[in-house]
Design a protein around this ligand. Structure first.
Ligand code: CDP
Ligand code: CDP
Length: 221
């Protein structure tokens, strides 16, 4: 018996991973793992327990204890709905700070692997294809120019009715890109066996179509 197939979509912040991964999952009727949400949840839980994001041991112990579930596109922490709270820029920053600790990443490893269930899984993050599911049958490195990504985040905030400052978002993304790619534990990088998908000039539908075709092609070969 073989394990259910995994499509891994990794890449930098605001490249479109979540939007693309969710649509690809629904196209094939696969499960979806938003691994960034787990790091965001952890940053949120630590913040609420007055634990510093830099305290690797304490943050890792919360990771081991917290009860996470996903229901109808909503994220639940110990049964409470926290989707909106974890989407803030502050928790994005917190996520990228707790994510540098190797013990924190290890604490979340099995939680992520448990998402691999029939008929298949689409996972997005930074290390889905490198660490979580190195045997994924399709690996995509989704990226876009940093200015394009900053513009997307800016539009997203305005749509939510929040204040947005393009220059601050751009600076934050550049800092986050550096932290994600230069850390020792599971750094963000394009794998030799990953397909590069640059969405600077592509909309979500075009990106989804490319991933869907690549997966179907893989099935035939
Ligand atoms: O949406 P965005 O790409 O900004 O963030 P996210 O995917 O929700 O992830 C938030 C942060 O968690 C990222 O900046 C990474 O530092 C970290 N992360 C990670 O280290 N590994 C993953 N597999 C997913 C997220
Ligand atoms: O998950 P990640 O942070 O990589 O990105 P996302 O949350 O899926 O996408 C960030 C924003 O960019 C969303 O508002 C998407 O609708 C938008 N987007 C886009 O305009 N064109 C794309 N090709 C991909 C995403």
């Amino acid at each position: 018996t073989s394990l259910p197939p995994v499509i891994a979509i990794d890449g930098p912040s605001a490249s479109g991973k979540g939007s693309v991964a969710e649509r690809v999952a629904s196209h094939f009727g696969f499960h979806y793992l938003d691994s960034g949400a787990l790091y965001r949840l952890l940053a949120y839980a630590a913040h609420h327990q007055n634990i510093a994001w830099s305290d690797a041991a304490k943050v890792a112990s919360i990771a081991a204890d917290m009860h996470i579930s996903f229901a109808h596109g909503e994220v639940l922490l110990d049964g409470l709905q926290v989707s909106a709270q974890i989407r803030s820029e502050q928790m994005g920053k917190g996520a990228s700070e707790v994510a540098v600790h190797p013990e924190v990443r290890t604490a979340l490893l099995q939680t992520q692997r448990n998402f691999r269930q029939a008929p298949g899984l689409v996972g997005d993050g930074r290390d889905i294809g490198s660490v979580i599911f190195p045997d994924a049958c399709l690996k995509i490195f989704l990226t876009a120019a940093v200015e394009t990504r900053a513009q997307r985040r800016y539009d997203q905030l305005l749509q939510r009715g929040e204040r947005a400052d393009y220059a601050a978002i751009l600076a934050d993304l550049q800092q986050r890109d550096l932290r994600d790619s230069q850390r020792v534990a599971a750094p963000l990088k394009q794998l030799p066996d990953a397909i590069l998908l640059d969405t600077t000039d592509k909309n979500i539908e075009q990106a989804v179509a490319i991933v869907v075709e690549a997966f179907k092609k893989g099935l035939q070969s």
